[in-house]
Design a protein around this ligand. Structure first.
Ligand SMILES: Nc1ncnc2c1ncn2[C@@H]1O[C@H](COP(=O)(O)OP(=O)(O)O)[C@@H](O)[C@H]1O
Ligand SMILES: [Mg+2]
Length: 307
């Protein structure tokens, strides 16, 4: 059996974590030191660490592929909400680092869109697999390409006589397999006022959702305004995982999460997570990682990837 703990990270990342052993349990360093990875047969990890559970200090994972660490396999799409300055982009940055720390580039592609110029992701710009797009036309083109690639995969499944991504990848072998892609759109409200963008987003969500098999696409959207005028129900309802940082009122919390509570979150980084297939909401807090620390981690990832 694999010793999951010992093969968590490549040596360069492990060395960087060890350099930060003095940082306490309220740091992202300690979370990364403690966390376990959920490697599949190919060596990919799709369980990402959200933060610590409020009362118990246990780590909370967002599981995109299989159940892990006492939590179920969650939904493929994630909605992140919270007022301006509540920590949405910071959380997404931690998540992107976690994806890159625990997967080589051929096991997890990353695509980030940010209508606000991409500044929130500046410290990640050295990550080779990450490109931040700030242009709405580029975003529309990408959403269209998702629909096309899913159609192509469907044909491939027919040709190979397989029923899902795992079987397909088994048939294709290591080199040709279809990879998982994590698509982040930050501050989506800015673009949702564009009818064409909204229509293309809905088409992509429909294409990914209606298949009954994992298409390998994971959408993560963030918005500060979870209300019906900004984020229509038809779009919201696709999102099985909902994570809210502080919201201005209970109505918005209900709209974002299906429950009240995000309006009473106190400090920065505190979140309420309603994750697909779980019976209870989880209160957790997300440690803060400075720009400099994010850059240090990017450098270690680059060394690990030999770039
Ligand atoms: N988890 C956190 N813990 C402590 N401070 C945080 C946390 N997340 C964010 N911050 C602080 O709040 C600021 C705004 O965070 P940001 O992620 O840009 O918010 P948002 O994207 O929701 O507007 C950050 O620059 C940082 O100073
Ligand atoms: Mg932001």
């Amino acid at each position: 059996m694999l010793d999951k703990k010992s093969m968590r990270y490549p040596a360069a990342i492990q060395a960087l974590l060890e350099k930060h052993t003095h940082e306490g349990s309220d740091s992202m360093w300690s979370v990364w030191r403690e966390r376990l990875v959920n490697r599949n047969n190919y060596g990919g990890n799709y369980s990402f660490v959200l933060g610590r559970q409020d009362k118990k200090d246990e780590l909370v994972y967002l599981n995109f592929e299989s159940a892990f660490h006492g939590l179920c396999a969650h939904a493929p799409y994630t909605l992140v909400t919270g007022m301006t300055g509540s920590g949405k982009s910071s959380f997404i940055r931690n998540l992107l680092l976690d994806i890159a720390m625990t997967n080589p580039p051929d096991l997890a592609a990353i695509k980030v869109f940010d209508p606000n110029g991409g500044w929130a992701f500046e410290s990640l710009k050295g990550l080779h697999r990450l490109r931040v797009e700030t242009n709405i036309e580029a975003a529309k083109g990408y959403l269209e390409s998702i629909v096309k690639s899913i159609q192509a995969h469907e044909k491939l499944f027919e040709t190979l006589g397989v029923k899902n991504l795992e079987e397909c990848n088994n048939a294709l072998g290591l080199k040709k397999r279809i990879m998982r892609t994590f698509v982040v759109i930050d501050e989506i409200a800015v673009w949702l006022i564009d009818d064409d963008f909204r229509a293309k987003l809905q088409e992509a969500l429909k294409a990914i959702s209606n298949k009954g098999w994992s298409t390998g696409y994971h959408l993560i959207l963030a918005t500060q305004w979870p209300d019906e005028r900004v984020l229509p129900k038809e779009i919201r309802d696709y999102f099985g995982n909902r994570i809210a940082l502080k919201l201005p009122n209970a109505e918005m919390s209900e709209y974002a999460l299906g429950i009240k509570g995000a309006e009473s979150l106190s400090e920065l980084g505190h979140a309420l997570a309603v994750l697909g297939n779980e019976t209870e909401a989880v209160h957790c807090w997300i440690p803060w990682l400075s720009d400099e620390d994010a850059e240090r981690m990017v450098t270690a990832i680059r060394v690990a990837e030999d770039r």
